[in-house]
Design a binder for this molecule. Structure first.
Ligand SMILES: Cc1cc2nc3c(=O)[nH]c(=O)nc-3n(C[C@H](O)[C@H](O)[C@H](O)COP(=O)(O)OP(=O)(O)OC[C@H]3O[C@@H](n4cnc5c(N)ncnc54)[C@H](O)[C@@H]3O)c2cc1C
Length: 588
């Protein structure tokens, strides 16, 4: 009988923990997911679900479920800046890839669309599917502490219904316990940056606001109101949860003062103020306080314990990156854990998780905080300080509409200031351009990647090792369009080649014999994946007999521009990527 109660113990059922458990269960790993509260998220915090996250869900066979629950991109993007929903418009920006230029950029980059899927809808998909695929799930179960040794981790858990404590023995522990992570704290992960930069409150409410928004459908309505500078950026936010009768309002508070008490009457008053119509019936669902952080762990793991999600990157919601990055952390980690647990990879493979994901965490924390600061130029263009009163805001808008030269100058400045917000609302490169450097990526001697366009704003496909396999539409035997991303993944390594790459089948067979792991050989060009539009040959970066070794998470581990002369090249590469090279092998 095994000494372990489970292979992997996951703490937390948020986007990071829910997706980790789901992925591990899908890969056949014995997984126990525990979470402190009685059910998943009860407030709809995260919502912007970017293309990469949708690709993860597509790989898991859950894209359709997410699309059915989410608000489609067509209703997401007419982001408005105004003095109140019923007040004056300051300007608009087409967001989340819905503008005429960015729409085609997004369509080229991925088979998936961005959607708005509130956390209250995403988490049930992740957790119920994790359970359906074999993960054990225990709510009302609090992580207390852990110890680890060379063979495993022993975690002390508290049953919050019975009140007793008990231990669970696991091979590995994943701490996905959010921004106040006890696991990260007990593990002593180094956290850089600053916590508690500003105070914010969320007010979740129901109200039919169609009259003010349905003609300019969007997820976000930014409202310049007096007092909004206290939370930092000078604007309140009315955010759609469900069109157009469920909402989440974000408003700031002075972090240097005691946290405010927000009862229903106070919350309703704030809602009426931002809507600009006090006759609208409002039903307050909940209120909560949170703080703006700019902090990230520089290491994500130690020994057999790994952290993911807000446990290791803590930042404001700007750019909508939190839940997305959390799910993508788990997508990076889960296949590695699965292969190590099955004995197909050496434990050193797990070290690449931190190497690959910590730089991504730092980048998104800094980007989200910079995006907050980049509201500043809008106020400058209007000639008003963030702390302006009603008269100041009205005077600023009037100055911006003046017919003289000064008015024209202000209008140009306002246009530029609003365009700067593309770095928050259309940051396609931030969403998709991650490049990994680690021992699980064998860089080749191809030319250094050049970035002719802004890498934060624009997606750039590449097959250089460390990049995500580019999406291209190909045509299957039934004449249906499938993405190159559909040909890889599902927990396995793939070797992507072309019609002349006949030698790769034998190479994959040799790999199976020697390592017990057989990469799936994908031939783009054959009857199941015809390059009918020529899209693949334009981005593949290899000759037809070349090969791309693609990891289960869709990242390219190695590239051969043509078939290598050495028939053991694939086995040797797989052995390195999977950390199967022992000291004896290396010496020999
Ligand atoms: C207003 C707002 C808007 C946002 N909008 C977006 C957006 O549009 N897009 C986006 O991607 N992100 C957004 N975010 C960020 C997003 O909500 C977080 O990044 C995300 O929830 C992090 O997921 P997580 O799983 O790491 O942590 P959490 O969601 O915080 O989950 C932590 C889990 O751990 C459990 N837990 C904690 N302690 C213990 C313990 N001791 N024992 C057992 N269980 C424990 C909790 O019960 C919970 O299940 C937003 C955040 C806010 C506040």
């Amino acid at each position: 009988m095994s000494d372990y109660d489970t292979d992997v113990l996951v703490i937390g059922s948020g986007p990071a923990g829910g997706s980790a458990a789901l992925l591990l269960a899908t890969y056949g790993v014995k997984t126990l997911l525990v979470s402190k509260y009685g059910w998943v998220a009860n407030t709809p915090r995260a919502h912007i679900t970017n293309q990469r996250t949708m690709e993860v869900l597509r790989d898991l066979g859950l894209e359709e479920k997410a699309l059915a629950e989410g608000t489609p991109s067509a209703l997401m993007g007419d982001t408005v800046l105004c003095t109140a929903l019923a007040g004056e418009e300051i300007g608009r920006i087409r967001t989340w890839g819905t503008g005429p230029h960015s729409m085609s950029e997004y369509a080229v980059a991925s088979p998936c669309q961005m959607i708005d899927l509130p956390q209250t809808y995403m988490e049930p998909i992740l957790v119920t599917q994790a359970a359906a695929r074999g993960a054990k799930v225990r709510f009302d179960t609090e992580f207390v502490s852990f110890t680890q040794d060379t063979d495993g981790v022993t975690a002390l858990l508290r049953d919050r219904l019975r009140g007793d404590e008990y231990t669970v023995r696991a091979r590995y522990l994943v701490g996905a316990d959010g921004g106040r992570s006890l696991v990260a704290e007990q593990l002593g992960l180094p956290i850089a940056g600053q916590a508690g930069k500003a105070g914010s409150m969320n007010i979740v409410f129901k109200a039919d606001l169609s009259a003010h928004v349905a003609h300019r459908p969007s997820v976000l309505y930014w409202v310049m109101r007096p007092g909004a500078h206290l939370g930092g950026i000078g604007m309140g936010l009315v955010r759609m949860v469900r069109p157009w009768n469920e909402w989440l309002l974000t408003w700031g508070y002075d972090i240097d003062q005691p946290p405010p008490e927000v009862d229903d009457a106070a919350a309703t008053q704030i809602v009426h103020d931002l809507v600009g119509d006090s006759s609208i019936p409002v039903e307050i669902t909940s209120t909560s306080l949170w703080t703006v952080n700019q902090s990230y762990a520089t290491e994500y793991a130690s020994g057999r314990v790994f952290c993911a999600g807000d446990a290791v990157h803590r930042h404001p919601p700007s750019n909508g990156l939190g839940s997305n990055t959390s799910i993508q952390d788990s997508y990076n980690l889960a296949w590695k854990l699965a292969m190590v647990v099955r004995g197909e990879a050496g434990p050193a493979l797990l070290e690449t998780y931190s190497e690959e994901r910590a730089p991504v965490g730092q980048q998104i924390v800094d980007r989200a905080n910079l995006s907050r600061d980049q509201f500043g130029p809008i106020f400058e263009a209007l000639g008003i300080a963030g702390g302006s009163d009603d008269e100041g805001i009205v005077a600023g808008l009037a100055a911006c509409r003046a017919t003289d030269a000064e008015g024209a100058k202000r209008r140009r400045a306002l246009e530029e200031a609003i365009a700067l917000k593309n770095y928050e609302f259309n940051a396609h490169g931030v969403e998709l351009n991650q490049r990994y450097r680690s021992l699980a990526v064998l860089d080749d001697d191809g030319p250094e990647e050049e970035w002719p366009r802004d890498p934060e704003l624009y997606h750039q496909p590449s097959t250089r090792p460390g990049s995500r396999l580019p999406h291209a539409w190909v045509v299957d035997a039934d004449g249906q369009r499938v993405s190159t991303l559909d040909l890889v993944g599902r927990g396995s390594f793939s070797l992507v080649t072309g019609l002349s790459g006949v030698g790769w089948n034998a190479a994959a067979e040799r790999c199976a014999e020697q390592l017990g792991v057989r990469p799936r050989v994908v031939c783009v060009g054959d009857v199941d994946a015809r390059d009918a539009y020529g899209e693949w040959s334009r981005v593949s970066g290899i000759a037809e007999d070349g090969g791309l070794l693609v990891r289960p998470d869709g990242y390219i581990a190695a590239r051969w521009t043509s078939t290598p002369g050495d028939e053991n090249a694939l086995t040797r590469t797989m052995s390195t990527v999977l950390a199967r090279v022992t000291e004896k092998d290396a010496a020999g």
